[in-house]
Design a protein around this ligand. Sequence first.
Ligand SMILES: CC(C)(COP(=O)(O)OP(=O)(O)OC[C@H]1O[C@@H](n2cnc3c(N)ncnc32)[C@H](O)[C@@H]1OP(=O)(O)O)[C@@H](O)C(=O)NCCC(=O)NCCS
Length: 180
Amino acid sequence: MDDNVALETIVTFLEGDLTAGALVAGGMADVGRKTRLAPAEYRRLVGRIGLNWHWVNQVRADDATLARRLADPGRRIHLLVRDGSVAGFFELMLLDREQVELDYIGLTAAMIGRGLGRPLLRAAIAEARLTGARRLLARTCTLDHPAALPLYLDCGFRVAGHQRDRVVPLSQSEKARLLA
Ligand SMILES: CC(C)(COP(=O)(O)OP(=O)(O)OC[C@H]1O[C@@H](n2cnc3c(N)ncnc32)[C@H](O)[C@@H]1OP(=O)(O)O)[C@@H](O)C(=O)NCCC(=O)NCCS
């Protein structure tokens, strides 16, 4: 594929009420506590898990931008660890006292389709509820895994809107840097 051709996508915005029990929460033993990552570690985590899904923004951000993102006290990153290796993660951001956003959720390629997605999303909802916020926001786009949207809806999210977007995929050299 030509490295510079932008991909068209449709983003679905989702939201759920954390107070009414509409969102299904649950614990997951392998999900660790909130973790602190250095910019390079974070770029690698998001980049590797998002490699097939065109999660480009954090991969392209410089260290200073990522350091600011990671230093925000409202940001919560939790790793899923299986057999000593990172198998997935989720990232929440407390936007204000009322709203928390699920910025990322994903599994490594080898872990997809093994029934881990549902408990991981439930664990993210449980962590979001602990913030005391009332509303959990999320988004998924047509470039994400096809299990994502049905899973969000099944866990109690509702669709709040749609928007067209364009994503310029990672070039071969960007991918090579990420995997080095
Ligand atoms: C989204 C993600 C976490 C879901 O995890 P998963 O391992 O694929 O899903 P699971 O095996 O836990 O299955 C969850 C449900 O999705 C369903 N599902 C699986 N593949 C599906 C597909 N292609 N289309 C529709 N539903 C699907 C399963 O049947 C299951 O439902 P069930 O519990 O009623 O049987 C995972 O696919 C992932 O990390 N994808 C890459 C990153 C991504 O797209 N993240 C979402 C960004 S918003």
